[in-house]
Write a protein that binds this ligand. Sequence first.
Ligand code: ATP
Ligand code: MG
Length: 290
Amino acid sequence: MSPESATPQPSQSQPGQAQPLLEVDSLTVDIDGEVGKHRILDDVSITLEPGEPMGLVGESGSGKSMTLRTILGMLPPAATVVDGEVRFRGRNILTSGSGRRYDQKVRGTGISMVFQEPAIALNPVMKVGRQITDAIAERKGLSKRASHDLAIELMDRVGIANPESRVSDYPFQLSGGMRQRVMIAAALAQEPEILLCDEPTTALDVTIQAQVLDLFRTMQQEKGLGLLYVTHDLAVVAQLCTSISVMKSGKIIEHGNLQRIFDEPQEDYTRRLLSATPRIDDGVQLERAT
Ligand SMILES: Nc1ncnc2c1ncn2[C@@H]1O[C@H](COP(=O)(O)OP(=O)(O)OP(=O)(O)O)[C@@H](O)[C@H]1O
Ligand SMILES: [Mg+2]
């Protein structure tokens, strides 16, 4: 991928409207896989408004991870952006074509991502504390001591016990759930405006999951963090998000606010996804665990 900047484009939003944080506009992506070239994203459009966290749900293979990776400019090399745009605060950050260009300056403080597999994001030969603070320490000119303290604070916030001793561990010394939390801490350390989450809490037990969801909610409400949240767990979407987009076979087939999708899904496919999930007003499972 070329590190060149994409040409800035005017925003598509109407005068008087708040600028969307993120607009994915008619995005179409092909991939050259083992079975030949095929379409993995087909005319995908998503608008993320400030203060309106969105859940992205759909069956396995429907294109959720590829959507997030396109927004982050980290598609596999075999993928081609055939058409469409990604705009961050009205500015085009991705141009289509096989020689696609992504504005890499946006990655980190603009848009950051918690990946489905920690292995993609963590460096196996670097201590986890350094991985958490690396990006921010350089930017803020933090001393070694201050950066060490920040890593410990963030590890504590994502529920890692004894962060003082864990900070010097390498990823292989941690459990899968802890690695996932390190990745979340590293993504948050960059203080991004938008956090893309790809099943970030799957490897976590229920109590830790509740703590991490609380942290996301706090960041969202207090700091205005934009969230695009991929999960199979609609109960999590109900706790965290105000709207839902539903993906099937590379397309967004339904989108709406949380209550509307839960109460009146338009598509059978959405109904099937929901049937495995308790209703919003069912209580217990959808209540915030504290
Ligand atoms: N590296 C790759 N090479 C070829 N095809 C790929 C690659 N990665 C993903 N795909 C294909 O792209 C499509 C979308 O995959 P994606 O990973 O986005 O699905 P997903 O919705 O995230 O699924 P899951 O819920 O299982 O994580 C699938 O058909 C998948 O087989
Ligand atoms: Mg995925």
